[in-house]
Write a protein that binds this ligand. Structure first.
Ligand SMILES: [Mg+2]
Length: 656
């Protein structure tokens, strides 16, 4: 194969220019396209003298002299058919005879690169060409305005090492990257498109200033990843952080910190106070926890703190205690309000390997902590998994339970201890789920409060119980008292209106109704509580403090509340031999305040006899009856005793 045929094989456009005669003497097929020539003959016939100025002519002749031994590569503008095309040309002198001046011209860039580069020359992009060793060859005006071209090579520009760059080019002809670099003393973001040009392995770099977009992106990312209220990471930011930690296999503890009874603060002191509490807690966590703890707000009143485990790390107990103390200090700036927190902890990688499960496990442990009372912490343990499944099933099922009539009211008798007469009943909720079986109220009331369904469920049970008890009034001719539990969450502004509507609708006499509230109302704004309880009381409705002695009762306030009775919590009765002193003190206090007392949870003859020492008490518990359905309740001897005997005669007569 002769040399001409070899050149013909080249994809690179190549031609031999006869400098003395202003003609192309030979060209390969690729060159035809570049020169916009239909065929070789027409190209060879072109007289290029008209396009070549005297200066250009001299330049070409100089080039011919310069590149007799060494090739020269420079940018050159050709004007085929008067269309300017910028080409990166390599010249070599291939003159054979003395008077010949023949230059072999090879367009190092392909036609599309040439076109693109021409475009770039007039665009806002910075365009540069580097040789295979990374040395600067050429750059457009825009580039020269930003960089000192005397002192730059490819690796300086990209801020990567030659080794790193060749690694990125593995199996690729073109790569792109975004890099933060310093130009003109300014920190900028650039996008780089780097193409390796064959066969010379030159690098064509097109870069664009994307600082504005990057800054915007960072602003958006900051907004998307941070909680607007507290400024700390939100759940998306947290998820990103956790994913990174899991990816690099860094062991860590995940603490889920939940503010106790936060809904009560929001409902009763207003959302802006609730917000201030959250901001203050976030501020304290950031200020008092070590800086490598990642503090985030997972949502609502839940904070998640991610603590990397290091050789000198503190124990889960010590960290939890510290956080509980941080939260518990009175908040001077918010009317010295005091809140407490419950904490659940999970561990990566021991408990779970990915963020979602870790959070769920910490949440489960946190719930266990809540059961132990405020200011507790619990570490996740594997056996809690079953409870998680049940809890999420409860959350899910509760939504449809009301619509599907799965909730059942049950009634537990309340008796006069001295006479053993039925004087009333407490309405309790039970949930017969086709998938979960019977779900106890304490299991689902918490989930109902969390999911915001408590108001709806509370209204439903109150209505049902009023209808039922009204019916029993008619059956027995006795003014049996009805006790209904009201969650502190329900005790909002709308509650009184709802209450009036239910009494009107059911025709139930207000003076036979007792509302049972737990001591959690003492965590509310006490002035508002008193106002609402007075409004309830003004309607003739009684108020009872349920589960007395287990929660937050403040003796400073109890005499100010318009309440009628106390229910001594079942935990005291079940341990009566040890708690009798407390029971006696409670009874003494209640009698001084003129409050009636219900002994809750009487299960044995012994407990009953112990309580019978105190006259005038009411009682409730398994000893008398378990909570019963309407049918079962009506079968109870306690209830049967109240039915007028004439009814039986009527039935007998009817049967005959
Ligand atoms: Mg109760």
């Amino acid at each position: 194969m002769n040399s001409e045929r070899i050149l013909e094989q080249l994809v690179t456009p190549a031609w031999i220019y006869d400098v003395a005669n202003y003609r192309i003497k030979w060209a390969n097929n690729s060159a035809l396209q570049l020169w916009s020539a239909p065929n070789k003959e027409s190209l060879y016939q072109r007289d290029l003298s008209a396009d070549i100025t005297e200066v250009t002519d001299k330049h070409l002749r100089q080039l011919a002299q310069d590149c007799t031994t060494e090739k020269t590569t420079i940018w050159w503008t050709l004007y085929p058919n008067n269309q300017p095309k910028q080409v990166y040309l390599r010249f070599s002198n291939v003159s054979q005879r003395e008077n010949d001046i023949l230059l072999l011209c090879e367009a190092v860039l392909y036609k599309d690169e040439v076109d693109r580069d021409t475009a770039f020359a007039h665009s806002n992009s910075l365009t540069t060409l580097f040789d295979a060793s990374g040395q600067f060859i050429s750059g457009n005006l825009k580039f020269k305005q930003q960089y000192d071209v005397q002192d730059i090579d490819l690796y300086d520009l990209l801020e990567v090492s030659p080794r790193e760059l060749s690694k990125r080019f593995e199996n690729h002809i073109e790569i792109s990257m975004e890099q933060q670099v310093i130009t003109n003393g300014r920190l900028c973001w650039f996008s780089f498109q780097i193409k390796r040009l064959l066969p010379e392995l030159h690098y064509l770099v097109v870069q664009e200033d994307i600082t504005k977009r990057k800054t915007q992106e960072q602003t958006y990312k900051h907004l998307a990843y941070h909680d607007q209220l507290t400024g700390i990471l939100n759940r998306y930011g947290l998820n990103d952080h956790l994913t990174q930690m899991c990816k690099i296999r860094q062991p860590f503890h995940l603490f889920l910190l939940d503010i106790d009874a936060f809904k009560l603060i929001n409902n009763n002191l207003g959302h802006s106070t609730g917000d201030s509490v959250l901001v203050e807690i976030a501020r304290r966590l950031l200020q008092y926890l070590p800086s490598d703890y990642q503090v985030s707000r997972f949502g609502g009143d839940e904070f998640i703190i991610v603590v990397p485990i290091k050789p000198d790390s503190q124990s889960v107990e010590a960290i939890s205690q510290l956080m509980i103390e941080i939260v518990a200090k009175p908040m001077e700036s918010i009317d010295s309000i005091q809140v407490s927190a419950s904490i659940g902890a999970a561990n990566f990688p021991n408990d779970a390997q990915e963020p979602k499960s870790l959070i769920m496990y910490a949440d489960t442990a946190m719930y266990k902590a809540k059961e132990r009372g405020s200011k507790s912490y619990v570490r996740f343990a594997k056996q809690m998994s079953l409870e998680i499944q049940r809890r999420s099933a409860i959350q899910l099922g509760l939504k449809s339970a009301l619509e599907l009539n799965e909730l059942v009211p049950l009634y537990q008798p309340i008796v006069d201890m001295t006479t053993n007469q039925l004087i009333g009943m407490e309405a309790l909720l039970s949930w017969d789920s086709p998938t979960l079986g019977r779900v106890a109220p304490q299991e689902f009331v918490d989930e109902a409060e969390r999911s915001g369904m408590m108001n709806e469920i509370g209204q439903w049970i109150l209505t049902q119980a009023c209808i039922q008890c009204h019916d029993w009034h008619l059956q027995t001719g006795k003014q049996l008292r009805l006790s209904v539990n009201v969650s502190a969450i329900q005790l909002n502004d709308k509650f009184i209106t709802t209450l009036d509507a239910i009494l009107k609708e059911t025709g139930f006499p207000a003076e036979c109704l007792t509302l049972e509230l737990t001591e959690s109302i003492f965590m509310l704004n006490i002035k508002q509580v008193i106002k609402r309880l007075k409004a309830i009381s003004a309607r003739g409705i009684s108020v009872c403090i349920d589960d007395f002695g287990t929660g937050y009762s403040s003796l400073a306030y109890i005499h100010k509340l318009p309440i009628d009775s106390l229910k001594i919590d079942r935990s005291f009765i079940s341990d009566i031999d040890n708690t009798i002193v407390v029971i006696e003190a409670t009874i003494a206090m209640a009698s001084k305040l003129g409050l009636k007392i219900v002994a809750e949870g009487i299960e044995t003859q012994h407990q009953r006899e112990m309580m019978l020492r105190y006259p005038g008490l009411m009682a409730q518990g398994f000893y008398y009856s378990r909570p019963a359905s309407v049918v079962d309740f009506e079968r109870l001897p306690l209830f049967q005793k109240l039915l007028p005997p004439t009814d039986i005669n009527k039935i007998l007569n009817f049967k005959v």
